[in-house]
Write a protein of this length. Sequence first.
Length: 230
Amino acid sequence: MTTQTWRRMGGMLLLAAMALPLGCENYSPMRRQWGDNAMQAGDVAGAQVEYTRATELDPSDWKNQMAMGQVYAVQKRWIDSELAFEKAYSLRPNGDETPDILDGIAEAIFQQERIGDLQLMLAKATHDYGTTRDYLRQGSYLAKAKLVDEAWLAYRKAAQFAADDDISPYMAMADFAESLSDKDVAADSLRRALGIRPKDPKIASRLRHYGIVPGPSAELPRLKVATDMP
């Protein structure tokens, strides 16, 4: 074999070795990153092309399915968004990103005005995970669906299961009460938040709006059981 032939073979082997990292499995994250770049640049159509290609290369990657759900949501293609998020959920049912995936599913179902299905989905999430975030998600969407009593119960459960330093359920309750023009419940919710974070300026500012001077005498204890106020 001539020296020239050896050189040709060596060059072909080098090209093959260089191409290995760009195989289907490794190429998918690159295309997803291009999609992320397009989204950041406001090129939603371009992002969809890249995310679609990434998903075709590796449909078993939950990140690809989640990205498709997000881009479809921006396009208000809610059925497609729901299906993509459902696929992501099936691939990632127990991860740090799972609550974000569940948020995507809930929003897609809500936008389709399938309130019965939404209630079932939200209830399943609270049953399966039972975190404060799950109950807050439930309360938020039930409130949007104008299911007032059910929303209050979800918010109270969120408060019941919240960590000792978590004010998010009380702030959500205050927001909901204000949307219903219920000043007393809004003020009480803020006072409970104040009991957790007595030096929080945002809580103090909102309490002053109700004529309440922030301080130890204004603080209320955390809710202990879901049957407490309102």
